[in-house]
Design a protein around this ligand. Structure first.
Ligand code: TXA
Ligand code: MG
Length: 316
């Protein structure tokens, strides 16, 4: 365990840390990312070590603009249309790796595709622009644990071993939606902060969930993921004795040992933003189990239910 790291106070200080090959966590509009220079294998290796992440799990590359994105991936017309419409924003595209992309093989885990996005958070784009190289960044949490949506949650997860550029609370609160583009076809590898319906409406085509093989290619699909310490019980209209309760809309969990409501108004965007931090707070209440209200599966509800199902899955 290394000594506590001094947090950077400016984008320039954070960029200098990243350029020197060290890790730095930073805010995006989705969740906080644990950043490393994507062209530096030692730096990328430190991401895997710090997170305790399975080695085969490839990472998302963050770019400030299309000029950098085009140097690392090949955009066909469908990919370009998605980029035009949804970047900067909470969408990750899995595209063929460009020749001479210059990325560490550890970023792609040896695949011939690369996952990349231009984040919607302005400070994140400015940070990557100041680094001048793509920044690989998974969520800034130990592997399999809740994703952090505040700088404080990053510090709690890594015990202060990673410097954090505080960019305030994350606006979306859920990871980006991952889309794979192959020719004319677009498949969703991970539900996220951009609703599938929004993508389908923009393209005028169906965007199915990728099949089982593709799910293995995107190991963010590992079943037990995003897990609190407590067990999780889904679709619970009320808490059982001793349970903490994560409410939604009219399901408020009266009588629970601890209760938080993701959105009393039943707003899925508000619920997404609160999801990880509320799970962490209920976890900290010491309850053995967190019961979760039913949440609709439309729009952002697909991604919310996806994360909750993983949190509830049997642990590895
Ligand atoms: O919102 C987000 O996407 C956050 C913020 C920090 O940007 N990042 C994030 O990264 O969630 P991470 O590393 O936790 O998720 C990466 C996901 C994994 O499920 C991984 O398997 C998938 O992207 N992935 C990366 N490269 C891939 C590839 N070439 N093919 C298929 N899936 C890929
Ligand atoms: Mg993650």
């Amino acid at each position: 365990m290394r000594a506590p790291q001094k947090d950077p106070q400016t984008i320039e200080e954070a960029a200098a840390i990243l350029r020197s090959g060290r890790l730095c966590a930073f805010a995006t509009e989705t969740v906080y990312g644990l950043g490393a220079d994507a062209t530096n294998s030692d730096a990328v290796l430190a991401i895997y070590e710090t997170k305790g992440r399975p080695r085969f799990n490839p990472l998302i590359c963050h770019c400030p603009d299309m000029a950098m994105a085009r140097k690392i991936a090949v955009f066909n017309p469908v990919a370009q249309a998605l980029a035009d419409r949804f970047w900067p924003g909470p969408m990750t595209l899995v595209l063929p790796l460009a020749t001479d992309a210059g990325l560490s093989d550890l970023v792609t885990a040896g695949l011939e595709t690369v996952a990349l996005r231009i984040p919607g958070h302005e400070a994140a784009r400015n940070l990557v622009a100041a680094v001048g190289r793509p920044v690989a960044a998974p969520s800034a949490n130990p592997s399999g644990r809740l994703s952090p949506t505040t700088a404080e949650a990053v510090r709690a997860g890594f015990g202060g071993r990673v410097p954090v550029l505080d960019g305030g609370p994350c606006e979306a609160g859920l990871e980006s939606t991952i889309l794979a583009v192959e020719g004319e076809a677009v498949t969703q590898l991970r539900a996220g902060a951009l609703a599938r319906e929004t993508v389908e409406a923009a393209l005028g085509i169906a965007v199915p969930t990728a099949g089982h093989d593709a799910a293995i290619a995107a190991p963010g699909m590992l079943l037990s993921h995003y897990a609190p310490n407590a067990g999780v019980r889904l679709n619970a209209e009320s808490p059982a004795p001793g349970e903490a309760y994560l409410g939604f809309g009219g399901f408020a969990g009266d009588g629970a040992r601890a209760a938080l409501n993701l959105s009393p108004a039943g707003d899925l965007h508000e619920a997404a933003r609160n999801l990880f931090s509320f799970l962490a707070r209920l976890d900290a209440s010491g309850a053995g189990k967190i019961a979760v209200a039913p949440i609709p599966v439309t729009g952002l509800g697909e991604a919310i239910n996806d994360r909750l199902e993983r949190a509830a899955a049997p642990r590895r």
